[in-house]
Write a protein that binds this ligand. Sequence first.
Ligand SMILES: NC(=O)c1ccc[n+]([C@@H]2O[C@H](COP(=O)([O-])OP(=O)(O)OC[C@H]3O[C@@H](n4cnc5c(N)ncnc54)[C@H](O)[C@@H]3O)[C@@H](O)[C@H]2O)c1
Length: 247
Amino acid sequence: MVSKVKVGLIGCGAIGTVLAEAIERKLVVCDELVVYDFESWKAQKLKSTIKFPVTIADGIEDLIAVKPKVIVEAASQQAAKEYVPKIVLAGIELIVMSTGALLDLDVDLSKVHVPSGAIGGLDALSSAALAGIDEVVLTSRKNPKAFGVDNREEKVMYEGVAEEAARKFPREMNVAATLALTVKPTKVKVKVIADPKVQRNTHEIAVKWQFGEMSLRFANDSHPDNPHTSALAAWAAIKLLQTLLKT
Ligand SMILES: NC(=O)c1ccc[n+]([C@@H]2O[C@H](COP(=O)([O-])OP(=O)(O)OC[C@H]3O[C@@H](n4cnc5c(N)ncnc54)[C@H](O)[C@@H]3O)[C@@H](O)[C@H]2O)c1
């Protein structure tokens, strides 16, 4: 008998819901979606809106026990810190959205996949990293409401390195962690700006490396339910999930 292909999802918020809708639309091919959210009403809400077989798990152990082919973490850095070691131990392929959590975790990352999230071009950056990168500078601008402030002029919220940016802004700056993981051990310089002139989450990445320069710019609409999150991040998870399910 051919066994069912199950996808696990931790977190039924903005990203989790877009991902579930993509599964419903058959953009991602699987037989069952198994979800866990510590706010169980969110899991119930997702199940009731998706016309596709959805099972609700009672906890992380319950989710691991059904042996999904791939689990997607779309919850929080705190959740990722707690659950990633357990999922890695179970040998299940895992997509981590809250990439800031991976900076401090000492686990085998061979089955842990980092999506490009709210940015892109990681293929070029990781290629350049092999040859040698001199400098990576990330400048992120978001509307003040994404930071819960209401300044009228642009305001630098943070200037420093990626690891600290991801810790200080666990919901907004996973992008910095993703870059840090990509170009490790090169340090990524980060500037975070609350800018009332921007409506979109804007990430500019400037790279100087051994054989040239790169400049990348992303201006992403935020998810309507969550101003912290760029819509592109959910689509990056969907794309990676598609790829992993084909292997
Ligand atoms: N890598 C990237 O580029 C990128 C981009 C955007 C968002 N993110 C990150 O992805 C994650 C999800 O984003 P979102 O916009 O969907 O968030 P969200 O707040 O809309 O949804 C998160 C859901 O996870 C649930 N949750 C939180 N902690 C949990 C736990 N410990 N156990 C079980 N469920 C838990 C919440 O109840 C909520 O329903 C966040 O950490 C966010 O910062 C990463």
